[in-house]
Design a protein. Sequence first.
Length: 212
Amino acid sequence: MKLILMGPPGAGKGTQGEILEKKLGISTISTGLMLRTAIKEQTEVGKAAEKYINEGKLVPDDVMVALVKERLSQPDCEKGFILDGFPRTTAQAEALDAAGVEIDKVLLLEVDDDVIVDRLSSRRECSKCGAPYNIKFKKPAKEGFCDSCGGELICRKDDVPETIQNRLNVYHEQTEPIKEFYLAKGILAVAKGEDALEDTIANVEKALGLGE
């Protein structure tokens, strides 16, 4: 299956991507992870993208399209893939289509804005190894420190409340309209993101027509 995961920041796309990756036996391609790695390593793409991400803005289409096309050409994507975080604009969706990338399904995870703000402002990340935590749902054994390497847990710059709201505004203005593009193609599936993980998983499997 060649699948795109859509939804607002903090909707749980990464978690659902991991679950679907195991269930379907295909690779999850997270553009967010690719970009954060590029920023950490201070590559040319990373430097160009860093200022946009820290302000809660979208990385320019030409940078993203080039990054994704290169990644999808790798051997682990031959049997299918799960795209998490791309496309984020109708122009990107059109560019992906123009590049000849075939998509079987587009899964939209829907979560209310107030829930998103609460979720993201609770996220923390290890300053050393990058391991993710949540002070409400995935707490470390020792408050403020990573279980794996002992590094200090920090709040990402794009997870402060003001930036979160800006990211949500950007999503509603620029990313949400993609729904119509894929709806017209007849490949859009919608699943409600719930507080309980197992409920979200059930909604996703129903939307994609996946059985046990």
